[in-house]
Design a protein around this ligand. Sequence first.
Ligand SMILES: [Zn+2]
Length: 141
Amino acid sequence: MAAVRPKNTKAEIIARKLISSLKLHYISHLKTLPGRPDFYLPDYSIAIFIHGCFWHKHPGCKYASTPKSNLRFWNLKLSGNVQRDRCVIKALRQTGIAVIVIWECELRKGTKKEILGSRQKILRKIQKACKLRTKEVNVRK
Ligand SMILES: [Zn+2]
């Protein structure tokens, strides 16, 4: 797993700043949760993963190309990652945890304007998930 999910990547540091800017309480790499999400928001039961486009095969992303040599190895390795991601997300949802996946390219690539735009989008996505969760909790009460 270490090779797949290195800690404190550049994208992760950016994501941490975004989450902090929303004044949300988070826990990083919580070992007791499936897949050890990069961030977990305990107040809202939301897990946030920062996925590297290459390692997690971001669909339709130009950074997700499979290397041309050792094709068999890479295909196995990368599709194994994708499968594991699916299992992890399913396991989390089954325990009532909402899952947000943020792709590395959303945080890092593009012009300054594009990056600002996609960060705004991510912030809205997180805020929306928190709001939804709050509503769900209220309904249950
Ligand atoms: Zn991507």
